[in-house]
Design a protein around this ligand. Sequence first.
Ligand code: DQA
Length: 147
Amino acid sequence: MKILIVNGPNLNLLGTREPEIYGSETLADICSRIDRSASEKDVQVSHFQSCIEGDIVNSVCTAKDDFDGIIINPAAFTHSSVALRDAISACGLPVVEVHISNTHKREGFRHISLTAPVCVGQIMGFGSYGYLMALDALLYCIKHRVA
Ligand code: DQA
């Protein structure tokens, strides 16, 4: 089982970026936690982060040959990217959307996700633990063919 973890713009700044909202862990810390959890489950994960919309779209579009599912935090592209939504919809893999913060508690423009409707499900508001929840949820969906 191989899972692709995609993180969008500014998530490379975790650790110093608005820690009162996103916590003090770096993206590398979070990736290590995901790796540990995945190896306990005998799952391989690959990590990809970019601030460039097209690179994220490409990572999703080309995942089918190498991966069984995707966990994505599209960050600000959640609220703006029709291209990413279309890529998720077309990629032919189950995709789980994660947000560290509860975007519904925040500014109005964060209440809309263009990407969530084409994902299997969305997990938000549980800090970085959401990525571990997403891994369990995605494995469940793959095993039970929940789409
Ligand atoms: C975020 C929420 C988005 O609204 C924001 O643009 C981010 C991070 C989160 O993980 O809480 O960059 O996706």
